[in-house]
Design a protein around this ligand. Structure first.
Ligand code: ADP
Length: 310
């Protein structure tokens, strides 16, 4: 399978690196309007391949995306000093107007995987720009927040993140919702598991985990300027679910007809992912407080997307 990546910056190249090392696709093509950057990233990643897999990693123009089954959109511009988030969003929407048209011209059947932030808004903008069915425009959404939630819970309980089932829903951002009420460890409720291993989830523990999930990106950005390895691996994980038709349940973003009373909005809930993109949406059981928080998250995203002119 061929995977295209438009935007060979930190996020796009990290996704390419993860894909190349995992050896789950046969070809990765990097495209960037900075052609020199795309070539350099592709060469650097290609030099890692002989140690790990046999994936062909190249750079090229849009025509090289012909035949790609999935195209990751990681292109974008960074915030100028003093620029408002909405102004930044308008500039990123302009980037996507250019990118989405070019991708669909050569790869009309590709699944689009959106990584550029704010990812929920960019996912909805991509549906508007492309006219594609919503199930073929997947935003990376809260895949990474969910991974962080499971990792912190697993560490507290002394088990692997893979043995924890817990989801972060809504916006990939400040209004995201940690779904504590339906989180499980092994086959047990969190409280039941925690009691058995003597690691109670006190209010303090809960606050610490909540903070760790919600503010992880801010802390990383403070230390190193950007986050990319985690999301790069998350994007590769979504591609794997598509490439191997895994029917994997992942929290990704997609435009939904209605979420908690808010119509036509993109955000994350658990969804089944397979060869054709998003196969099924799963509406989790939530308590009243979580439902209200998910409604607020949806309403906030909806207000933002309505403010963007296309
Ligand atoms: P991130 O950390 O989100 O990856 P970067 O700034 O490192 O951010 O990467 C964004 C990339 O998107 C840059 O390499 C930039 O050249 C690229 N880019 C911006 N606009 C376009 C465009 N219209 N077409 C293709 N690539 C673009």
């Amino acid at each position: 399978m061929k995977v295209g990546i438009v935007g060979a910056g930190m996020v796009g190249s990290s996704a390419g690196y993860a894909l190349a090392l995992m050896g789950i696709v046969s070809s990765v093509v990097l495209v960037d309007h900075n052609a020199e950057l795309a070539i350099a990233q592709a060469e650097d990643i290609a030099h890692a391949v002989p140690f790990m897999s046999s994936c062909v990693v190249e750079a090229g123009d849009y025509d090289r995306l012909s035949g790609a089954s999935v195209v990751i959109l990681a292109a974008g511009v960074s915030q100028k000093p003093g620029e408002t988030r909405l102004a930044l969003l308008e500039r990123n929407a302009a980037v996507f107007r250019d990118v989405v048209g070019n991708v669909l011209r050569v790869a009309p059947d590709a699944i689009l995987l959106i990584a550029s932030n704010p990812v929920d808004i960019m996912t909805q903008i991509t549906v508007r720009l492309s006219g594609l069915p919503a199930a073929r425009v997947i935003g990376s959404g809260t895949i990474l927040d969910t991974a962080r939630f499971r990792s912190l819970l697993g560490r507290h309980l002394g088990i692997s993140p893979q043995s924890v089932h817990a989801y972060v829903l809504g916006e990939h951002g400040d209004s995201e919702v940690l779904a504590w009420s339906n989180a499980r460890a092994g086959s047990l409720s969190l409280a039941g598991f925690a009691a058995q291993v003597g690691s109670a989830i006190t209010a303090d523990v809960r606050a610490r985990i909540d903070d760790g999930v919600r503010n992880a990106a801010y802390k990383i950005i403070k230390g190193k300027g950007a986050t990319y390895y985690g999301i790069g691996a998350g994007l590769a994980r979504i591609v794997k679910a598509i490439a191997q038709d895994q029917q994997e349940v992942l929290t990704v973003s997609m435009v939904n007809r209605e979420i908690e009373g808010v119509a036509d909005v993109a955000l994350s809930i658990p969804r089944v992912i397979g060869a054709t993109g998003i196969m099924t949406d799963l509406f989790p059981d939530l308590d009243a407080e979580e439902r209200a928080a998910l409604h607020r998250s949806a309403a906030l995203l909806k207000a933002t997307v309505e403010a963007v002119s296309l």
